[in-house]
Ligand binder design. Structure first.
Ligand SMILES: *Cc1c(COP(=O)(O)O)cnc(C)c1O
Length: 360
């Protein structure tokens, strides 16, 4: 079986974790600080705050921005559910804007329409889906004209660039995830990236029980801290991120050049961006037959995502779930992601191409 995702962990991560265990500093510790330092340097950003997950990073950002009951936050219906859940945690209302049919990220033209309909919307959470940066030029222009705060969900796009600039550096703040299936991992974990000292300070307080000095709790916060064990893994993974992403790009290039089947549409890469292929996602006709042929040949796959967020049962009774998102719906019905991770071998790739090209 060729797995659809597999983290690559080596001796480096192992020895760092053992070092942490022997030190006894399991919770806060020097690796948390080091991970933050390395992560912000990698992005040339002013501040980075490590968190317990990508979800908690998103939630802490929204709360630090003062988003709460009565506010509207625009985002995509086509993402992992955590993006929209973070908005609901604050009691704000998500406004879902359909995706672009080529890039699968939020559609700038639909965003323009939405900001006219919801002029009171405070912020937009951009998701760089599957590792492809969204159309940041157009999005930033719309945001500027409408005084909309731009936040980035970079959980699937560590190291990806739009016009040579890394994602996570375009908006007011960005959230990253280090879940094991992502482009780099810390086990569980997340990071907030920002250039704004006020956001950084608030996030730091919020993720540590609202504590601004010892046992003085200035707001109702959370325990959203990263542990030293997770940070030790993250520090070593960050060193390998560019190599991993390069391997993902090479695997994707092999698919780009060799998959040829009229029933299958491959991902598109606009020339002003670099993709980090968190997923290599196809659109296929007759998906059940296609996935059956993958299964029969021992090829793992993923369906990201079979149900758009506003149509999830958990969203059924919420006002934000009424509406139509035809582009997102169509993708949800036809998408299949095939293995593209850096642990694949050349013969895995040739097997996958052969099976896909023979599919009718
Ligand atoms: C993985 C993911 C998250 C959540 O990250 P966790 O670390 O699992 O909490 C949020 N948004 C997107 C787009 C993701 O892919």
């Amino acid at each position: 079986m060729i797995p659809c995702a597999r983290p690559l962990l080596g001796k480096e991560e192992e020895s760092r974790v053992i070092e942490v265990l022997r030190s006894g500093m399991l919770a806060a510790g020097s690796y948390v600080h080091e991970f933050e330092e390395q992560f912000k340097q990698y992005h040339n950003s002013r501040y980075a705050v490590a968190t317990s997950s990508g979800t908690t990073a998103l939630h802490a950002i929204l709360r630090a921005m003062g988003i709460g009951a009565g506010d509207k936050v625009i985002t995509t219906p086509y993402s992992f559910i955590a993006t929209a859940n973070a908005i609901l945690y604050t009691k704000a209302t998500p406004v879902f804007v359909d995706i672009d049919p080529v890039t699968y990220t939020i559609s700038p033209s639909q965003l323009s329409i939405a900001v006219k309909e919801h002029p009171e919307a405070k912020a937009v959470i951009i998701v760089h889906l599957f590792g492809l940066p969204a159309d940041m030029g157009a999005i930033l222009e719309i945001a500027k004209q409408n005084e909309l705060i731009v936040l980035e969900d970079c959980a699937q796009a560590h190291g990806a660039t739009y016009q040579e600039q890394k994602v996570g550096t375009f908006g007011k703040a960005a959230a990253f995830s280090f879940y094991p299936s992502k482009n780099m991992t810390s086990g569980e974990g997340g990071m907030v990236l920002t250039d704004d000292p006020v956001i950084e300070e608030k996030v730091r307080i919020l993720i540590n029980q609202g504590q601004s000095r010892r046992y003085y709790h200035e707001m109702v916060g959370y325990n959203y801290r990263m542990t030293n064990i997770h940070a030790a893994i993250g520090v070593e993974q960050l060193k390998k991120l560019d190599i991993y992403n390069q391997k993902r790009r090479e695997n994707a290039k092999f698919y780009d050049e060799n998959i040829a089947n009229p029933w299958i549409k491959k991902p598109v890469l606009p020339s002003d961006r670099s993709h980090v292929y968190h997923q290599y996602t196809l659109k296929v006709k007759n998906r059940e037959a296609f996935t059956a042929s993958l299964e029969a040949n021992g090829i793992g796959y993923g369906i990201y995502y079979p149900t758009i967020i506003p149509k999830q049962p958990a969203y059924k009774n919420l006002a934000c779930s009424s509406g139509i998102w035809p582009v997102a719906e169509e993708l949800a019905n036809t998408c299949v992601s095939i293995p593209v991770h850096p642990a694949l071998f050349r013969n895995d790739l040739t097997t996958i191409v052969e099976v896909i090209n023979n599919y009718r």
